[in-house]
Design a binder for this molecule. Structure first.
Ligand SMILES: *Cc1c(COP(=O)(O)O)cnc(C)c1O
Length: 426
């Protein structure tokens, strides 16, 4: 039977794909958890590997016909192990959230005590939020950033660990602009006999690029996403010590997931190779340099940076010093009008709700992939400040939208056009 069409039959989705390519490539992308992935990665995701069922692991599959798939997944595993210097890797988690839940299932019993960073202080939903399965199944105790310098306070982590005796300590953040010290978490874990999971979802690219401390020697398990600073396809992965390998693999399949997404695993393998290239280390360091430059330029425009600045790829801006009436929600909407995409974010102890907020989270992975450097970061800060000051002036926002378009078209993420339409090796 022929397929009804070689494109989306009424072209509705094709049109939306083109519109999204246009949006991504004519605006400034400052969402800290996003990036532009390579054409090779995008092609792998659009491959026939999506047709194959391959429940199990290389050499141990439930269905026939998996010899080639085994090759793909074995390469991905080997590249992940080598990139992270890890004893074991599982590349099947469909997402970072899944990776975390799999680790909990591998290492914990329901009801066990776990220490994690509070969501409203920069942690992730899967670190014990009451609306997430992690918080429903396990007894999470939250540590917070300190009231003074707005940084994670290792003395508080230690006090809570001594008081609550967790079975697992989770280190890792979603909206925290400072460096994490895996060694300090390890020493607290050792003191109370806890396991240590390091959730490197955001900073995996900074770690493998040598721009941030390496958690692998210190953590029992490291989870990460492949689509944030690591710049690969949307997905998750786990690396761990050999002693946990069996439990982790079992928790991923059959514990949490069914058939793996081997087209995405092929794309992960490509991304791991790209991240092992010396050029990626330069990229990781430039992400951090750009974030510092952007934070400094925003401070010069009158914004307050949570914790006073950034050591990583992101910053959290407290809007109250700039304009006490301006909420994160309105700022996000205004900047969207101007072609600048970022997200509202709570600041520590935010008096406003998570749907309104007093802050913004801003990240530099995407603009750095495009080749922007410190000079462009001052320009971007100026555009943000002008748009927010002129937020009631539609003409002003339209003019800024044009400046944004001019800036980003000089730094194309995809100089050869949409990789989804381009032919391989063109
Ligand atoms: C993004 C993130 C995740 C979840 O990743 P998804 O792929 O969105 O499920 C988990 N942990 C942290 C710290 C994150 O920032």
């Amino acid at each position: 039977m022929p397929f009804p069409s070689d494109s989306d039959p009424d072209l509705e989705i094709e049109g939306l794909l083109a519109a999204e390519f246009e949006r991504q490539t004519t605006g400034i992308q400052l969402i800290a958890s996003e990036n532009f992935t390579s054409p090779a990665v995008i092609r792998a995701m659009g491959s026939v590997l999506t047709n194959k069922y391959s429940e199990g692991y290389p050499g141990k599959r439930y269905y026939g016909g998996n010899a080639v798939i085994d090759g793909v997944e074995a390469v991905a595993i080997e590249r992940a192990r080598s990139l992270f210097g890890a004893e074991h890797a599982n590349v099947q988690p469909h997402s970072g959230a899944n990776a975390n839940m799999c680790v909990y299932q591998a290492l914990l019993q329901p009801g066990d005590t776990v220490l994690g960073l509070s969501l409203d202080h920069g942690g992730h939903l899967t670190h014990g939020s009451p609306v997430n399965a992690s918080g429903l199944q396990y007894h999470f105790v939250a540590y917070k950033v300190s009231g003074g310098d707005e940084r994670i306070d290792m003395d508080q982590v230690r006090d809570l660990a001594l008081e609550h005796r967790p079975k697992l300590i989770v280190a890792g953040t979603t909206s925290y602009p400072r460096r994490l010290e895996p060694e300090a978490f390890r020493s607290v874990a050792d003191e109370v006999g806890a396991l240590l999971m390091f959730d490197a979802a955001h900073i995996a690219g900074l770690i493998v690029g040598g721009a941030h401390p390496d958690p692998v020697p210190h953590a029992d398990v490291v989870t990460f996403t492949t689509h944030k600073t690591l710049r690969g396809p949307r997905g998750g992965a786990i690396v761990c010590r050999e002693e946990h390998a069996k439990a982790i693999d079992k928790a991923v399949f059959p514990g949490w997931q069914g058939g793996p997404l081997e087209h995405v695993i092929a794309a992960k393998a490509i991304a791991f190779r790209e991240a092992a290239d010396p050029a990626f280390s330069k990229y990781a360091h430039q992400i951090v340099a750009n974030a510092s430059a952007l934070a400094k330029a925003l401070a010069d425009e009158g914004f307050r940076l949570v914790s006073g600045g950034t050591d990583n790829h992101m910053m959290v801006v407290d809007l109250r010093a700039f304009d006490d009436d301006l909420t994160g929600k309105v700022a996000q909407l205004t900047l969207d009008e101007a072609g600048i995409t970022l997200n509202k974010n709570t600041v520590p102890d935010d008096p406003r709700s998570p749907f309104v907020t007093s802050g913004l989270r801003i990240g530099t992975p995407s603009v750095t992939t495009q080749g922007m450097a410190e000079g462009e970061m001052s320009t971007v800060a100026g555009l943000i400040a002008r748009a927010l000051r002129g937020r009631d002036d539609a003409g002003q926002l339209a003019a800024i939208r044009e400046e944004v378009r001019t800036l980003v078209t000089a730094f194309p993420a995809y100089p050869n056009g949409d990789p989804h339409l381009a032919t391989a090796h063109a």
